[in-house]
Design a protein around this ligand. Structure first.
Ligand SMILES: NC(=O)c1ccc[n+]([C@@H]2O[C@H](COP(=O)([O-])OP(=O)(O)OC[C@H]3O[C@@H](n4cnc5c(N)ncnc54)[C@H](O)[C@@H]3O)[C@@H](O)[C@H]2O)c1
Length: 341
């Protein structure tokens, strides 16, 4: 169904950044050829805040938005997560449409209806499940992303391939030397299309994250979220997941009988994408943030391990053991991922 048909006779708010409005005004006008209100906020992780949320609620309340109104977000995963949460809470929930503009948002965050903001105690700690009416992935938006941004999305593609889609993983393994070709529209469409289909397949079987299937998408994410929050989000989400995947690989080798030969296949890809600089990491802060992760059970911290490629499950570990492992990990992350003590 066309966006114009969905929005007919409904007050419509478009939330985007000044950057996206400037770069893609004519593209947006062709997708949304009807009267809209614009609300501009800066893109990036800082958008996932209570202040941004209040800003949207207030704007809608002051400008006559009611329960039949609709919100359209056109930005990356950060603004997308926050606007989805604003839509899920304004007047107890109104409709929204997601038009993701980064690779990461197109292959991951825009699929599955998880919305959230960050609070000082941790990342994504407040949120809801609220599916958009539709998600529109237009690869034309990606033309302004540099290779650093594209790699953020590539990380989530690698993650879903490792835990769920072996064919996609083999493709990545064989083509990793040409990684900068991710800019090539055909390569991009193949990779992104495959990753999107995998995520949709998982979400359709476990939307509310209860059976354990959707949980496998958290591979690498427990350490990643703590790392992001501990550095005040100066490490990007994709980069943090790259580091977190090495940690969960090391746990897989130690606790889940993953062979180091198999682990090496993923390590090679991670090395090729390129780890971020990890200076001044505060182990105690990271461990205490991990202890507050919403996926935990009681005093046990939740991780995803893989016994082999494509076979992932939850591993719960006590906090004192996690602290010891995190210390060991940051001495030499690559070694940690491959050595079974
Ligand atoms: N809801 C979920 O299931 C889910 C899944 C994975 C990740 N996430 C979340 O997604 C967020 C990361 O999203 P992201 O990687 O899209 O980054 P982002 O949204 O933080 O955007 C990064 C930067 O790119 C800019 N940008 C956006 N589109 C652009 C374009 N087309 N051209 C040039 N610049 C552009 C933004 O303005 C911003 O400055 C994290 O908060 C993460 O927690 C959510």
């Amino acid at each position: 169904m066309k966006v114009a048909t969905i929005c007919k006779n409904r007050k419509t708010l478009v939330v985007t950044s000044p950057l996206i409005k400037k770069l893609y005004f004519s593209l947006i006008e062709t997708v949304l050829p009807f009267e809209i209100d614009w609300l501009l906020i800066e893109g990036g992780e800082q958008a996932k805040s209570l202040d941004s949320l209040v800003n949207i609620w207030e704007y809608m309340a002051r400008n006559g938005f009611d329960r039949s109104s609709i919100v359209i977000v056109i930005e990356g995963g950060s603004v997308g997560d926050m606007v989805g949460f604003a839509a899920s809470t304004y007047m107890r929930g109104i409709d929204w449409i997601n038009i993701p503009t980064t690779l990461l948002a197109q292959v991951d965050s825009s699929i599955g209806g998880k919305t959230s903001i960050n609070i000082p105690a941790g990342k994504n700690l407040v949120g809801s499940f609220h599916l958009p009416l539709i998600t529109i992935c237009d690869f034309d938006f990606l033309s302004s992303l540099d290779i650093v941004e594209l790699k953020q999305g590539l990380v989530e593609i690698v993650k879903i391939a490792w835990v769920y889609n072996l064919q996609l993983f083999d493709y990545l393994k064989c083509n990793i030397e040409k990684i900068d070709d991710v800019k090539d529209p055909i390569v991009l469409e193949n990779l992104a299309g495959d990753a999107i289909r995998s995520k949709v397949s998982i979400i359709s079987k476990d939307f509310k994250d209860v059976s354990g299937l959707r949980a496998i998408l958290n591979f690498g994410h427990t350490l990643a979220h703590a790392l992001e929050a501990s550095t005040d989000y100066s490490i990007r989400h994709g980069d943090a997941v790259l580091v977190g995947m090495l940690f969960d690989l090391g746990l897989s080798v130690r606790y889940d009988k993953l062979t180091t030969t198999c682990a090496k296949e993923l390590v090679n890809i991670i090395e090729k994408i390129g780890l971020p600089e990890l200076k001044g990491v505060d182990i105690e802060t990271i461990t205490s943030l991990m202890a507050k992760d919403k996926k935990n059970t009681g005093n046990l911290i939740s991780f995803i391990t893989t016994s082999e490629k494509g076979k992932a499950g939850v591993k719960l570990l006590p906090i004192n053991e996690v602290e010891r492992l995190v210390r060991e990990f940051f001495l030499d992350p690559l070694k940690f991922a491959l050595i079974n003590y």
